[in-house]
Design a protein around this ligand. Structure first.
Ligand code: ES4
Ligand code: ZN
Length: 326
């Protein structure tokens, strides 16, 4: 439709995207086959029946199970290339992309250098083929032993200029930002940007901790900001961007229906919001589908265009690169 074309052609940046969350069922089966990894599902249909999630944890269980199929640098390159090709069709000019090396290294026994080599090769080829620029944010997995976060930073340190930032993801409740103060200080000392998932399933206080203790420059999700008026006023005043993911929130039952999503309220209040796909292979759509979901609730096209403009502004790209994107 005309609306879909309009939404897919708005220039935008994607700021909240887990590369492992772009692993489509077909590609997971292909990687499992070529790497000899056994999966508990015998057919694509059997696997596709697993994509109904009750909450964040039930999604994470499947996400980590399919991640086991990623073994070689070629796998990580092919995954990145598939995402960048798809993102280009949604009008993405630039993507700042999370990866979860603690899982690859300590759960799946893949070398950090293998992961980074593959993702970087994918970014290089994707920029060349599809014109989408990309950068990597190393996300710490908050429900793994904190010692593994330190060990990953040891590995990342010698190639620190190949990553632009540190993030914090996975099961939020019971794993507050306060547990990662030292790791974020260390990451920031490498010259990295800092962002953190907060206020997705967890409370508004985790958003405050991410800002005060981790010095996060953006908050991923952050929708529970609306539970704390004083904190909200501060985030509005300081223009801290929030990377919202409406279809993710819907599929993980953080909101009951797309019409109940708080994003219009947040925009109305003056928060700097952006629209992102989070884990598009799991949540039913890439970034333009997230814009389309908001359009379906009656959000006007000029507000959707303002959200796309916010995404470019809130990116870590330099001013010349932002100008190229607009
Ligand atoms: C995630 Cl939706 C979401 N929330 C927290 N951590 C994640 N890792 C990948 N997707
Ligand atoms: Zn996320």
């Amino acid at each position: 439709t005309d609306m879909q074309t309009a939404l897919a052609t708005m220039p935008k940046a994607e700021l909240h995207l887990h590369i492992e969350g772009t692993l489509e069922p077909e590609l997971a089966f292909e990687f499992a086959r070529r790497n000899g990894v056994r999966l508990p599902w015998r057919t694509l249909d059997e696997l596709r029946a697993q994509y109904r999630f009750a909450n964040l944890q039930s999604f994470l269980d499947l996400y980590y199970a399919l991640m086991r199929t990623l073994r070689t640098a070629d796998d990580f390159r092919d995954l990145m290339l598939a995402y960048l090709e798809r993102a280009a069709r949604d009008g993405v000019m630039h993507a700042e992309i999370f990866f979860d090396p603690q899982v690859h290294v300590f759960t799946d026994h893949v070398d950090y250098d293998t992961v980074l080599d593959g993702l970087r090769e994918g970014l290089r080829l994707g920029a060349e083929r599809y014109g989408v620029t990309g950068a990597l944010i190393l996300s710490l997995v908050r429900d793994m032993d904190v010692a593994t976060a330190d060990r990953i930073l040891d590995m990342a340190q010698t190639r620190s200029d190949e990553v632009i930032g540190v993030g914090l993801d996975s099961a939020e409740a019971g794993h507050p930002p306060s547990m990662f103060v030292d790791q974020f200080a260390r990451a920031r000392s490498l010259g990295w940007h800092a962002v953190a998932h907060a206020g997705e399933e967890g409370p508004a206080d985790y958003i405050r901790q991410a800002l005060d203790l981790l010095h996060a420059e953006r908050i991923d999700h952050g929708i529970h900001i609306l539970d704390d008026d004083e904190l909200e006023a501060r985030v509005i005043r300081d223009r801290i961007p929030l990377t919202c993911c409406p279809l993710s929130n819907l599929r993980l039952q953080v909101v009951g229906s797309i019409d109940d999503h708080p994003l219009p309220r947040m925009v109305h209040d003056g928060l700097v919001c952006t629209v992102n796909s989070d884990d598009p292979a799991y949540f039913g759509g890439y970034v333009a589908a997230n814009y389309a979901a908001l359009a379906s609730t009656g959000m006007p096209l000029d507000m959707l265009a303002a959200l796309a403009a916010n995404s470019i502004e809130a990116s870590f790209a330099d001013d010349a690169d932002k100008e190229r994107m607009r």
